[in-house]
Write a protein that binds this ligand. Structure first.
Ligand SMILES: Cc1cc2nc3c(=O)[nH]c(=O)nc-3n(C[C@H](O)[C@H](O)[C@H](O)COP(=O)(O)O)c2cc1C
Length: 386
């Protein structure tokens, strides 16, 4: 991508626009895609992460590259997050995406069981020698102003081991570290609030920038945690799904945000699936709709139904906007095909998921209708978000 402006993420983190900290969109599988990143950038977001992509699928499959990643000239600063369990996969994926992003990030935070089986996510934290080799290799093979970062969880309640790991990472010239202030066994619920004191200790013991993650549901939360930790950035996932305008100080999703979303969709109809368009609206409108309306909205299966509903309820209709052209990650992978000659490796096993995904499913409630069928709807998201 030749005319893409380059951005030094470390400089951005060290010189935040608001004079205190950078506002960051978390990596979110299925959700932190280009269109959602564009939406949040209208509301004071400084840095966005792409959804996590498995590096091994990304390098093997052109379909994966085209489905899982797109960007445009305004999508900056942006960091591509990968899950990788070996240096070669992470290096090749980085080389393929390098001209389209400002940095790459290694997911060392995912606690799910599939990650455990394949040694991805937080299970990698147990193998510091593998992380070390990955980070050294990527750093050696990328320009100094290209950001190479890592997203971790706390290793345990005893903060010493996490500090030690972070210091090792700093010594490897990692650009910055994102810390989700929970251990792998702690779920994102109010039973296990984010351990901001642990993140404050980590921040104090490092010279490189630290991004705080966990329970940032409002700008007030970010400000409060900033006072305790002085972190360089504040990353939100669930909070931004519920209210993409939170970093602009809105307490709840403003109608302008729904308008922006349908405008973006209007320009990107071919690229955006119904699911992506619909799920974001469901999350954003949770507090705006009555229960019967939520049930009705949740049941929609066509974009047109959503648009008609929004027109009737809120008088919103999509309007044309200037939206930059999409750029896909085009890469001639023939070199790699020579380097890795095992046919098995190149057999394309990637398939774009069509199911709803855990996060969405976890929020669905079933109600019995008069006809004895079950109807699914979203409710009490704010409970699950807390
Ligand atoms: C729908 C969803 C998808 C997520 N996908 C990713 C991901 O791709 N990579 C990652 O490192 N973390 C992922 N996470 C975890 C978040 O980035 C974040 O660490 C976690 O939700 C805690 O932040 P929060 O309290 O702001 O939600 C995901 C979380 C959610 C809710």
């Amino acid at each position: 991508m030749e005319n893409r402006p380059k951005c030094d993420i470390v400089e951005v983190l060290k010189n935040p626009r608001n004079g205190k900290f950078c506002c960051v969109v978390a990596p979110m599988v299925r959700y932190s895609r280009l269109e959602f990143r564009s939406l949040t950038r209208k509301y004071n977001v400084d840095i966005c992460f792409t959804p996590m992509t498995i590096a091994n699928s990304f390098i093997r499959s052109e379909i994966c590259r085209q489905k899982e990643f797109s960007t445009n000239i305004e999508d900056s600063p942006v960091i591509a997050q990968f899950a990788a369990n070996c240096t070669t996969d992470f290096l090749y994926a980085t080389q393929m995406i390098q001209n389209y992003v400002d940095g790459v990030d290694l997911n060392c935070g995912c606690p799910q069981s599939w990650a455990k089986e394949d040694g991805y996510g937080c299970y990698l934290l147990k193998k510091s020698e593998v992380i070390e080799e990955m980070m050294k290799t990527i750093r050696r093979n990328t320009p100094a102003d290209f950001s190479v970062s890592i997203k971790i969880r706390l290793l345990s309640k005893d903060i010493k081991s996490t500090i030690e790991l972070c210091r090792q990472l700093q010594a490897l010239n990692v650009s910055f570290i994102t810390v989700h202030g929970r251990t792998p066994s702690e779920k994102s619920t109010s039973e296990h609030p984010v351990d901001y004191k642990a993140i404050a200790e980590i921040k104090k013991s490092l010279d490189i920038p630290v991004i705080f993650n966990g329970d940032v549901m409002s700008l007030d939360d970010a400000n409060k945690f900033y006072e305790h930790t002085k972190c360089n950035g504040f990353m939100s996932a669930r909070g931004l799904l519920a209210n993409p305008a939170l970093f602009a100080g809105y307490k709840e999703t403003p109608l302008s945000c729904i308008q922006d979303w349908i405008d973006i969709h209007h320009q990107q109809q071919e690229r955006m699936t119904f699911q992506n368009f619909h799920h974001h609206l469901v999350f954003m409108m949770e507090n705006m709709l009555t229960k019967p309306d939520r049930i009705q909205f949740n049941d929609f299966t066509k974009k047109q139904q959503c648009l008609e509903f929004l027109e009737e309820k809120f008088s919103l209709t999509p309007k044309p906007i200037n939206y930059p052209q999409n750029t896909l990650c085009v890469y001639d992978d023939s070199n790699y095909k020579q380097l890795i000659s095992t046919e098995e490796f190149w057999t394309n096993t990637y398939s774009a998921e069509s199911s709803h995904g855990q996060f969405f499913l976890s929020k669905l409630h079933k109600v019995k209708t008069k006809n004895d069928d079950y109807l699914e709807f979203m409710d009490n998201c704010s409970d699950l978000f807390s």
